[in-house]
Design a protein around this ligand. Structure first.
Ligand SMILES: NC(=O)c1ccc[n+]([C@@H]2O[C@H](COP(=O)([O-])OP(=O)(O)OC[C@H]3O[C@@H](n4cnc5c(N)ncnc54)[C@H](OP(=O)(O)O)[C@@H]3O)[C@@H](O)[C@H]2O)c1
Length: 226
């Protein structure tokens, strides 16, 4: 079971200059038509995963709406248990299955959240161990996972070789700003030779937006992390 993981699709809406949120953390980048696509995809997967900064900044519900009616499992990656008790996720966690992935040293902090109906998975000593988390999710019958960012979690998932497919909606916008959030944050690779390579699967144009779909090619660099 160790090596099994859900098929993982990273989905994001990005400006032409690679930002997924402005410096004030405004992230309303998708058009109405793109939102339909996002909600359809949400309705097709077993679970949706986000990082804690996205949970705090956007306060999302992570259900499939816009004519789609589904409630995939929500997975929040939150080593230090920073999730707000008054967030829409916590408030709806008795109706919608929610998993909070935390670090093992913070297990006591998370007890109260279990009373709200949240399943807490403590994995990794000080930071969530994503490889082991995905293996646990697979064992819970989560076979497909939609990764909805943000930039830090996208980096960790890609760096650990856990992303299979990337779907990006490129909006006709320039956001700019060195303090804005880019699609992939983290430490980054030092050389182009060592970076993650992609294979273009599909390109769709919707008005002024372009939806690009890539498969992640497991290069030598990624394999060395297994
Ligand atoms: N346009 C879009 O499609 C889109 C989609 C999603 C998000 N966003 C935007 O992105 C912004 C947030 O992005 P972000 O990069 O600041 O944060 P993020 O990726 O949402 O969350 C990162 C945080 O997750 C926690 N974490 C726990 N374990 C981790 C691990 N193994 N690897 C990485 N992170 C881990 C860390 O906090 P702890 O150490 O405290 O646990 C880390 O700081 C928001 O403004 C949101 O609106 C935009």
């Amino acid at each position: 079971m160790e090596n099994y993981k859900p098929y993982t699709i990273l989905n994001a809406a990005m400006s032409l200059d690679g930002k997924i949120a402005s410096k004030s953390r405004d992230s309303k980048i998708s058009s109405e038509k793109d939102l339909l696509r996002v909600h359809k995809l949400r309705s097709e997967v077993d679970a949706i995963m986000i990082g804690i900064n996205t949970a705090i900044n956007d306060d999302p519900l992570l259900t499939a709406r816009y004519g789609y009616n589904a409630k995939p499992i929500r997975v929040i990656v939150d080593s230090n248990v920073r999730i707000r008790k008054d967030s829409r996720i916590v408030k709806s966690s008795k109706e919608i299955k929610t998993i909070l992935a935390i670090a093992e040293n913070n297990i006591d902090k998370a007890r109260e959240l279990e009373e709200h109906g949240i399943e807490v998975i403590a994995i990794g000593e000080h930071k969530v161990d994503l490889k082991r988390l995905l293996s646990i999710l697979y064992s819970k019958n989560i076979k497909s996972l939609m990764l909805e960012g943000g930039g830090e979690l996208n980096w960790s998932m890609l760096y650990n070789g856990l992303v299979d497919e990337i779907i990006i909606s490129i909006a006709p916008l320039i956001i700019g700003g060195r303090d804005a959030i880019t699609l992939v944050e983290g430490d980054g690779f030092t050389s182009i030779n060592s970076c993650i390579r992609l294979h273009l699967k599909d390109v769709i144009r919707i008005d002024d937006e372009v939806i690009v779909r890539y498969n992640v090619i497991n290069n030598i660099n990624q394999k060395s992390f297994y």
